[in-house]
Write a protein that binds this ligand. Structure first.
Ligand code: HEM
Length: 122
C-alpha cells in the first residue's frame, strides 16, 4: 500500500511546516490581524492537528475539537480573494522552507488551494 502523507512527513514535517506558516502569518499585514494575538501556540496546534489527522495521522483534532466544520469556523472572518491568495502564498513559501518533498508537496498544495477557495465568504 502507498504511504500516507503523514507517514512521509512525520509529526516532525508537519511541525516544521506549520511553525514556518505561523511565523509568516504573525507579521502579515493582511491576514495577521485576523488571528487572536494571545494564542499563537493554540492556533498552531489546531491547524497542525487538523492536517495530521486529515492526512493519515492521529485524530487529535477531532478528539479535541469535534467535527472540523471549517467553513462555519471561518465565518467570523472576512475572507475574500485577497485573503485566500495571501494564505496560499504564505503556505506555499512555508512548504519550501520546511523542505517538503515534491510528491507530498503537490498533494498538499492541491488540498490547500481547494480548501482555501471553499473558505471564501466574500
Ligand atoms: C483562505 C484563507 C484563510 C484564512 C484567512 C484563515 C484564517 C483563520 C483564522 C483567523 C482562524 C482562527 C485562529 C485559530 O483559532 O486558529 C483560523 C482557524 C483555522 N483554520 Fe483557517 N484560514 C484560511 C484558510 C484555511 C485553510 C485552507 C485551512 C485548512 C487547510 C484552514 C484551517 C483552519 C483550522 C483547522 C482552524 C482552527 C479551527 C478551530 O478548531 O477553531 N484555514 N483560520
Amino acid at each position: 500500500m502507498e504511504e500516507t502523507i503523514f507517514q512521509q512527513l512525520g509529526e516532525d514535517g508537519f511541525e516544521r511546516l506549520i511553525a514556518a506558516f505561523y511565523r509568516r502569518v504573525k507579521t502579515d499585514d493582511l491576514i495577521g490581524p485576523m488571528y487572536p494575538d494571545d494564542d499563537w501556540e493554540g492556533s498552531e496546534k489546531r491547524l497542525r492537528d487538523f492536517l495530521v489527522g486529515r492526512f493519515g495521522g492521529p485524530q487529535r483534532y477531532i478528539e479535541e475539537r469535534g467535527h472540523p466544520r471549517l467553513r462555519m469556523r471561518h465565518a467570523p472572518f472576512s475572507i475574500g480573494e485577497a485573503e485566500r491568495d495571501r494564505w496560499l502564498e504564505l503556505m506555499s513559501a512555508s512548504l519550501d522552507e520546511a523542505e517538503i518533498a515534491d510528491a507530498p508537496k503537490a498533494v498538499l498544495l492541491e488540498f490547500f488551494s481547494a480548501t482555501a477557495g471553499f473558505m471564501r465568504n466574500q
